[in-house]
Write a protein that binds this ligand. Structure first.
Ligand code: FES
Length: 94
């Protein structure tokens, strides 16, 4: 068994909530919980899944997700390649 941690993910404004493991992407966890989340490439390049990290912390699975430094500073995240480090709240417009 893995010793991955479980974190709570909330999507605003819809209020969807699901749990994500620390060793999987936020997108993968959301889709497993049957939460409708946008995706296409699922490897951090197309930006289809782009949303805003309102609170919490993430780590990227890849070295260069398709975001500029400025976008990262603004809190934009790509959930297809982002793993939770804490409970996370995302602003996720559909
Ligand atoms: S699905 Fe392509 S960047 Fe996330």
């Amino acid at each position: 068994m893995s010793d991955a941690s479980l974190f709570a993910v909330t999507l605003l404004p819809a209020g969807d909530r699901f749990e994500a493991r620390s060793d999987e992407s936020l997108l993968k966890a959301g889709l497993r919980a049957l939460v409708p989340m946008r995706s296409s490439c699922r490897n951090g390049t197309c930006r289809t899944c782009l949303c805003v990290l309102e609170s919490g912390a993430i780590a990227y699975e890849i070295e260069w997700p398709g975001l500029t430094r400025e976008e990262k500073a603004e809190g934009l995240v790509l959930p297809c390649v982002a793993r939770p480090l804490t409970d996370v709240v995302l602003r996720y417009e559909r």
